[in-house]
Ligand binder design. Sequence first.
Ligand code: DOR
Ligand code: ZN
Length: 361
Amino acid sequence: MIKLPGLIDPHVHFREPGQTHKEDWDTGTSAALAGGFTMVLAMPNTKPPIFDADTLEMALKAAKQKARCDYAQFLGAGPDNADIVPSLAYKAAGLKMYLDSTFGELRLNDMTLWMPHFEKYPKQYPIVAHSESRSMAAAILFAAIYDRPIHIAHVSLKEEILLIKAAKEKGIKVTCEVTPHHLFLPSPNPPPNSQNLGEDKGGGWGRSEVRPRLATQADVEALWQNMDVIDCFATDHAPHTLEEKDSENPPPGFPGLETALPLLLTAVHDGRLRIEDIIAKMYTNPRKIFSLPEQPETWIEVDENAEYEIKAADQFTRCGWTPFEGWKVKGRVTRVVLRGRDAFKDGKVLAEQGFGKNVRG
Ligand code: DOR
Ligand code: ZN
């Protein structure tokens, strides 16, 4: 048995308010506990998006009633809320800026819309950027100009991890996260793009749709080779139902909360990763980057020798599938103790709805 700290996932999508047929605060936090996470930071691209006092209240009310693990909620940067969000910063996980197109309505196209957010959002709270390729370079330049920290979500490309490495060497306050799917799944051949999605209507490619897209084997290898540049592992748990994924217009996103730790423990078993990397990138660094409080009397227990096959049928997420179906992994979460209580044990979620606390509360 290995004992680890309660893991922190700084990037999940729980779909409440608005799309609870995909996930809600109950099923999402159940999946978190089953995956060894005791704290999650929820993204704002819900329906409606979380972008002002009323919508933040809406999300926090649902979370308060339903969450089984600890949490905080991100605010979304919109075209006209740069004057509002700073006053809400103390109640939020951070500010999420969508600088490239993805699922949901939040998007800042024009760089003039980025400026007031970089200028006004309090520097002690993080700005997280969904920024791919060249918009990542632009986001890092903004962080340098305004001399404030920026956290880059889901890095997937070689050019991106090398850019972040160079920016860190220059002393720019940039940190980053990588998802398990970008570490373990190279893009299928041919890569899914809108063209072959059209040719392959109603199946197949829809399940590999994710933003950022799955990348080439060379990109995947560059992430592994620059493990020391990666600050956090984050799941980007983005549940959509199988029916939606197999439809003509498949939304991007993979569930990930229940597969992240087993996949990473398997990599430790295979000698590709150290257990210290897991602790640093799933506990110590996210705590530091997002200024998260300690969870007293909180830990998880893992049977590092348990071998099994990943199966969607065993998961707590509502979305009903996983891109890792049938993968053989080594390492199972057997127990999660959260603030002195057994929250998950031997396959059962024991923490009740409402047990989770807002860590910015
Ligand atoms: O694949 C993705 N899905 N990427 C994102 O940025 C959003 C997410 C979602 O919310 O479904
Ligand atoms: Zn995301």
